[in-house]
Design a protein around this ligand. Sequence first.
Ligand code: CUA
Length: 340
Amino acid sequence: MGRTIDDLWELVFVIATIVFVIVQVALVYTIIRYRARKGDDSEPVQVHGNTRLEILWTIIPVVILAAIAFPVVKGIFDVRAIAEGEDVLQVQVTGHQWWWEFEYVDLADETGRTLVTANELVIPEDTEVNLTMTSADVIHSFWVPVLAGKRDVVPNRITNLTIIADDPTPPDEPHPGQCAEYCGLAHADMRFKVHVRTDADFDAWVDQQLTPATIPTEGAAAAGYETFNITCVACHNATVAGPEGAEDIGPVNTVEVDGVVFTSSLAPNLGHFGDRITFGAGTFDNTAEHLAEWLENPASIKPMRPDLNDIPGGRILGMPSFNLSDEEIANLIELLEGWK
Ligand code: CUA
């Protein structure tokens, strides 16, 4: 509800500016008009205890503050309201150290697998989106400055935020988002993007996301798939088109909070990695060059501590380096960029 907040800011700014100008003009006028003049030692007129003045400069601020308080209090309730109804897009958000998981709980393929993506939220234009949020570890805060104020994302608790985006974003210029609650080493790199699409483009995107990734059978991508199945699947899932239909090749974990089941993975779902314009939680442009650097040693370009292995729940603090060869890295890039 960015507009509610923006409108309030403008109202307060206008009132504050008027008060500022009046006070400054009065101050400057008083300084000049009533300054001490040479040869005039007489005492100025005293107004202490002037009841009429005292009442006046008590009432004026009270009226101004009331004029601000009513819309602000109403705004607080408006911003906290949870969007309801059939037209509302329901997205469950899980904050992780240090990335974002988005699950579209009402959008599933014929096997019942919900649409799960990471770090790039895609929403249709002019549609209420209810974000139901929790955290897998510590407190984060979901913040897309253009769309809404911040809302804390807390473990074992659910918080909600409603967002509406008026216009589609250009494909390479999504709205930037950022974790706004300090959450450890890579807090500053716990970013994300919000793409806004027309209804038709959004529907096409949903179809694409619900289509399992193809298993490459030849070339570098096939070799990359082998590496993926040995190393990446320890944490990352991808839904692929297996011989018997859609299958998950990595772990799929869930967490239940207040009766709501969230898909809460160990690492971002990579089944449609090639569709994203960034990686590393919205931090790096999704190019072969950046990806090569990342796959060689992720912690060298994003501050993480994957070597700490005493975190509850088997989580690790970021992606470790697997000492992959240049060829393995090139093959993995071929695979991942092909998974649109
Ligand atoms: Cu998550 Cu800061």
